[in-house]
Write a protein that binds this ligand. Structure first.
Ligand code: SF4
Ligand code: SF4
Length: 393
């Protein structure tokens, strides 16, 4: 985004307040500055130099989860989340509170494998520490290996098409078994699967801290790799990654990965699920959690539910939508709000009486696992079990 576009976009706000209807942080706090309208007003005043950044002002802007619940509600078409990303890039110089987080996030995004090795080496100290601090679920175990290991190409016995996987950091380092499940399903469906070498972080964690320039460099690297692949679709288990590479990259670098898709939409279209039912140890009644970037960012609501129905799973809906409070680095910076949002959602899920929570985002999986004493699965695990007959879940 250019500064002139940013200012023009901020001016589009007619202060109607519709954006506050589903804002989780406004709902928590109830003050104007914790909703989109108030945040945009603050950013406008800063850009017109009528307000100077202060720790309090920065706190209001950096406490937005960037969930996107407000975006579709704006009658003026203000690009609220992009304005907040851009506003943060202006405020980052004055924002000392998150300077260490910025340093660590930059370091991680440049050296992810090294960081994973450090985490592995010191996991006996680090994992209990992170669990105690509430960053990780108590049952979290670190895998021995990452999902990616150089360029990987998987060929089915009879090829029907070709797809690539954008792995994302959470699947690669924290939940590599999800990547394996996706490959198994795609191979069973007859797709050749490419996991290209050289993928880097999608850039969203950097953007949330105002590090637009650094995120832009990552976007260019990913475009160089995925832009030239001749594949039907680029799939990811993480809706945030899809949102970034498909919708945010065009705003950042002028082009995105147009054939990027979330797995539910792709699999619903491609898998023949007519004769399946879930013959497993899992109860066939679950409740489903909508990841914010999937439902608000990509507009995907029915597809995961239809998929679950087709594999013989009954979905009990909770009352009302809502963010689980993860938001990537948000859950580290704003632990109280994050925990309170998690509590609200888990209370709703527990009221459904379902024994299992299913979602479609590794981040939501991790967050929800901290809040409930019930199994939380990524939808791909259930699809694999039903479609490939796996008993590994
Ligand atoms: S992105 Fe989410 S948290 Fe931020 S202002 Fe919009 S609804 Fe509120
Ligand atoms: S909905 Fe749009 S126009 Fe209305 S207050 Fe929010 S940002 Fe402004």
């Amino acid at each position: 985004m250019k500064t002139a576009d940013y200012l023009k976009d901020l001016e589009k706000c007619v202060r109607c307040g519709s954006c506050k209807a589903y804002c989780p942080t406004y709902d928590e706090d109830g003050t104007e500055a914790m909703g989109a309208r108030g945040r945009l007003a603050l950013l406008r005043e800063v850009s017109l130099q009528r307000l100077k950044p202060t720790p309090l002002l920065n706190d209001k802007i950096f406490s937005c989860i960037l969930c996107g619940a407000c975006s579709g509600l704006c009658p003026s078409g203000v690009d609220i989340t992009e304005d907040i990303y851009y506003g943060r890039s202006i405020l980052k110089q004055s924002d000392k509170t998150r300077r260490y987080l910025r340093f660590l996030t930059k370091f991680f995004s440049k050296n992810p494998n090294l960081n994973f090795k450090i985490l592995q080496m010191f996991q006996f100290i680090l994992l209990p520490y992170f669990t105690k601090k509430g960053f990780l679920p108590s049952n979290f175990k670190l895998s021995e290996n990452t999902f990616k290991n150089g360029q990987q190409v998987y060929k089915p016995s009879k090829t029907r098409g070709r797809v690539a996987i954008f792995t994302g950091c959470s699947t690669n380092f924290l939940y590599p078994h999800l990547g394996k499940s996706l490959i198994d399903v795609l191979l069973e469906a007859g797709y050749e699967v490419i996991v290209p070498n050289g993928e880097v972080c999608c850039g969203v964690p950097l953007r949330t801290l105002g590090l637009e320039k650094e995120a832009l460099e990552l976007a260019k690297k990913n475009m160089r790799i995925f832009g030239k692949l001749k594949v039907e679709a680029v799939l990811s288990l993480c809706p945030t990654c899809i949102l970034a590479i498909k919708e945010q990259y065009p705003k950042l670098i002028g082009k995105g990965i147009g054939n990027a898709m979330d797995i539910s939409s792709f699999l619903l279209d491609k898998l023949d699920l007519h004769h399946l039912s879930l013959i497993t140890k899992h109860p066939a009644t679950v409740t489903y959690h909508d990841p914010c970037h999937l439902i608000y960012g990509l507009g995907i609501k029915n597809q995961p539910r239809e998929l679950l129905e087709k594999i013989g799973v009954n979905v009990i809906e909770k009352r009302g939508e809502g963010c689980c409070g993860f938001g990537g680095l948000f859950s580290l910076s704003y632990r109280d709000i994050s925990n309170s949002l998690l509590q609200k959602q888990t209370d709703k899920y527990l009221k459904t009486g379902a024994n299992v929570i299913v979602t479609a985002c590794p981040g939501c999986m991790m967050q929800l696992s901290k809040g409930v004493n019930k199994p939380v699965f990524h939808i791909i695990e259930l699809i694999e079990e039903a479609y490939c007959g796996s008993d590994e879940v």
